[in-house]
Design a protein around this ligand. Sequence first.
Ligand code: ATP
Length: 876
Amino acid sequence: MSDIYLKEKQEVLRALGKGEIGLTTQEAKHIQREKGYNELIEKKKKSVLCIFLEQFKDFLVLILIAASVISAILGDIESAIVIGVVITINAILGTIQHQKAEKSLNSLKQLSAPNAKILRDGETKIIPSREVTVGDIVYLEAGDFICADGRIIDNASLKVNESALTGESLAVDKQDIEITKESPLGDRINMVYSGSFVTYGRAKFIVTEIGMDTEVGKIATLLKNTAERKTPLQVNLDQFGKKLSIVILLICVFLFAISVWKGEAVIKAFMFAVALAVAAIPEALSSIVTIVLAFGTQKMAKEHAIIRQLQAVEGLGSVSVVCSDKTGTLTQNKMTVINLFVSEINENVKNLTFDLPLERKLLAYSLLCNDASHIDGVKIGDPTEVALVDLAERGNNQGKMELGTVTQIREKYPRIYEIPFDSDRKLMSTVHQIEDKIIVITKGAVDVILEKASQIEFDDGVREITKKDKENILKTNLSYSTDGLRVLGFAYQEIAKEEIYNITEDNMTFLGMISMMDPPREESKAAVEECKMAGIRPIMITGDHKITAAAIAKQIGILGDKDKAVEGAEIDGLSDQDLIDYVENVSVYARVSPEHKIRIVKAWQDKGNIVAMTGDGVNDAPALKQADIGVAMGITGTEVAKDAASMVLTDDNFATIVKAVENGRNVYQNIKKSIQFLLSGNTAGIIAVIYASIAGLAVPFAPVHLLFINLLTDSLPAIALGLDPHSLGVMKEKPRDKDESILTKDFLMGILVEGFVIAIMTMSAYYVGLENSGEAAASTMAFATLCLSRLVHGFNSKSQKAIIFTKEIVNNKYLFGAFFVGFILLNTVLLVPELSGIFEVTALSSELLFTIYVLALANLFVIQVLKWVQNKIKAM
Ligand code: ATP
């Protein structure tokens, strides 16, 4: 149906079945069975087998397998089998980890999948876009993504950005008209196309094509699976890992040469060197980061923050400025009308009798220029407008609104045309047939409304508006705002029929004002305080009036005595350089436009900060992209804003951002713990081997020992540390410097020292074994001690501080689990005689076994003491 734009609207509606009443769920399901879901088909996912095989693609692992095959041919079949089994188990664990991480990332993707507002079963419903099908009636408003191709059947100033399809970045005006001659896609103004988005206005369309049949589906080659982009931390670790691998390989070559020189069989020495390289090279670093980040995002999702990009979790840890909207984020977005102002009289609604005709007129107009509705006890729409509906209903219940209920008034004076509310213009206008007149009703910010008014209505009639009237109105507006109230002004104008679709909103008659209260969220104050304690600067950026914003900001602690509240326009005159100095003192920006938001974010970033910025409208998308962490509102936010953001709040709450920062900091700490654990353990193994070589001892470990240790410690305890319980203490520290590498000198020093301690215990065990029963027992002792020490070391890695006598040491059940699994497997290898040949261990006396336990446990005490001393020195 590529020529559908040439067909008459009625013809399209008829052709697609049910016309304007839309489909029933049953019918939709039926069509879906035939046409499939409304989605672009992704490239086939990798199979589990493919992922499993990928675990072997590591060059060293392949060499190791080759070496063990050769050694099997030469007669050592047993160890070849064991090496094969250990490597296979490792690959299975790797596959499981990969699948788990993938699953949790996929479930996050589902959480942030786009929705569409449609008519189904005669009701307006919001459903996932993939379930929209041909024949559905879809509603569009500013900020919506267009989910399918379709013919417009009802239109109110719709403007659509179709750049994804046509490359044209200017929004296109859409119209519900007939097109008679063939036109290129960009000129088919009676159609909307999937992949574009609404920048302005409202419309209704009937879906004509879905999924791969849409225009975008036709041009899209198969979508690549969103490439797993590595986070900065992963890139950093990969680079470090590469350098470390070279060092380890050099050490292994050196050890191989020494062994051969000492007369060891080449294949044996080679196999040992490769096994050491496999065990010591921390190939798991980057994947551990993915897993810990993915688990972190699951926790965040439960706490109302959906992470759309893994990088955001890392970035959250170093956020130093949070720029937040006011309405709904810092406040409850539950509006109640407080005052009415008409004819120079200010009336508190508590005392409102609805007796003044002008008050009733203001209320009636406030219902007409209003999209909120109240159906069966459910209030739908913008809370600002719902508050107006609430008040008018109260009047009607008291029998004072002679015009009747909301529905009756709207039916009596139907809307002929509208210019929807736009937070840039801060205005909304609707055109109605009222009796025999055509009236434009405009509501919006009082200052903007006053600019448009040339007359004013009083009880006794309409006259020119004077300077004094304006001063009086502004004075009242100021007093409302000082109380933190949000104020709307109302004006109207009679126009001629020809002007209906060309209204100018000028020469209007000022009718009155309505003020409403939107109390701060209860949790906002504490969250702001927590931010400040954590070295994060909270900033309010709002479209509301400056005085209202300042009053609320004061209540919740954002605006301190020395901070300034300014209007967006005040920064227009500043150069970018001047703005960098200026932003430091400003905590509240009012009446801002999306361009202001971008400049404010940039200025803070140029000062070296990591900035989180909230947004909801379609015009906020560039600012959300500019911010390091763009935060979109899940409830009130548009699909476009959500798409541009790296985090979506499902409760639109400022406190959730602070909680997410806390989670981000903790996740980063946990990643650090895992890395420290992995690297210090590997270091211990290498030090022990180098020492043995220098001291002229026999190699302390067989290749199978190294691989067994690698298997037991590289996965479970490292992941368990990544899941360490979060600590509240992280919010008492300053934000992490954005350029700070995780691998600081201190961090690497810590790894080296801990590696040394574990190596000392390992070699002590070796000597005890050597003294008591010879080389075979020495090797078994060294192997068992290194293995158990690394398991014990998991508890050391929980904190940079000494925590041995605190509850913190025992608060991670996963770590205990990993420890016990490892402990049991190790003891099975040591104690089951049938396994001794395979694992190249000898039977040990109970004294020697006890020595292993003591030495392994000693790591805990020694390293804890070292941590304690180090912290004491630091504190001095
Ligand atoms: P924030 O950016 O903190 O969410 P906000 O919601 O107060 O701020 P906007 O929605 O941009 O900001 O509103 C700006 C101004 O527009 C308000 O101060 C009010 O005067 C006016 N306004 C808000 N909602 C409407 C509406 N539905 N119709 C007409 N005018 C409105």
